[in-house]
Ligand binder design. Sequence first.
Ligand SMILES: [Zn+2]
Length: 429
Amino acid sequence: MGLLIKNAKIITQNQRRETIQGDLLIDGGKIANVGRELPKEGVGEVVEGKGKIIFPGLVNAHTHGAMGLFRGYGEGLPLHRWLEEKIWPVEKNLNKEDIYWGTMMGAIEMIRSGTTCFNEMYMFGLRHMAKAVIETGMRAVLGKGVYDKSGERSTESEMKELEAKAGEIGELHPRVKMSVAAHSVYTCSEELLKQAKRFAEKEGLQFHIHANETRQEIFQMLEKKKMRPVEYLDSLGLVDSSSVLAHMGWVTKREISIAGKRGANVVYCPVSNLKLATGGICPVPEFEEGGANVALGTDGAASNNSLNMLETMKCALLMQKHRYWDAGKYPEEKAWDAATINGAEALGMEGGSIAEGKAADLVFVDANAANIAPLHKELRSIIYSINPGNITDVMVDGRFILKNREITSVDEEKIVEKATDVAHGLVER
Ligand SMILES: [Zn+2]
């Protein structure tokens, strides 16, 4: 039984990082075999893969899917003004249905650009986001966002919500996992940060937080706590291998060392950082040398303005080369790792590589395109030229959720129409 794909170019991301011209057997939602000249006998369906590139589904390790509803709203502002003057006021009008439609639209955009798994952080609507993930066929870690410094929510109410959601989300679906997502050190009290982390530890969940994104955040922490954000988080016992620290653009060598020693996960979001003019560039090679696991994220589509991980991979590469004045400092292989296996590791999720026994989360690309041909040996450098229009098929758990460039799991046209209506209503509400 199973599906055999013959003669494709496969970027495996396996332990040896092999890129092979070969075959792929998928059975029962898993990769049953990968290699050259696999036998056709006993296989349910055989498909010719000549002219196709196959790579593992990308992992978007930091995003806010529903924020696509605010794409193009609040342009030209730096982060804190953008949040306070534009985003937080309209987010107050959001209801759970809106979040569902926003997440559905975001999921479609992610599928079309090769992402199969994402790490969400949003302040409410967890169950509705889960519904969108299940229906679209994706895989996701959904962060229950907590904060208690705005006046509307308290430490107690946030902890109660976390308890309630853990029971609800935990059992929903094997492709959906919950995490604890503390918004930031400037929106969460010390008590909430500590309790939320303890809760995450008790439940075995990832602890996701925005950290070291802007200079303003650094100055605030130095003033209030006499520590930089990572030092502060570490002093509370919040930095370890299940911590997912998003952004990390303004960091000292000491903070890089802390993240490395603790084996923390750092998520670099280059496009959002550039657009919000945060100024700091995450020193990715230094984090890796220090021992941290570095993944990539788009951040929300309101600050990007897309959820396109192909673009994020390219931007990460260009920014790192530019930052160090060294074209070889952050090679293409590293960006592939960050967007696949490192992302899966950061989230504790399946996928990330094409190897026997792994979940069949795959992206298929038509390589016979004017923006990709000719393919030379360094196949992984296609990251500079590929775009979502080259992606023909996407599979999660062995099921095609994009087939011949059509979304198969949900009604794309209806979703975009509905999300557009919702978004216009929100801004006017
Ligand atoms: Zn974010």
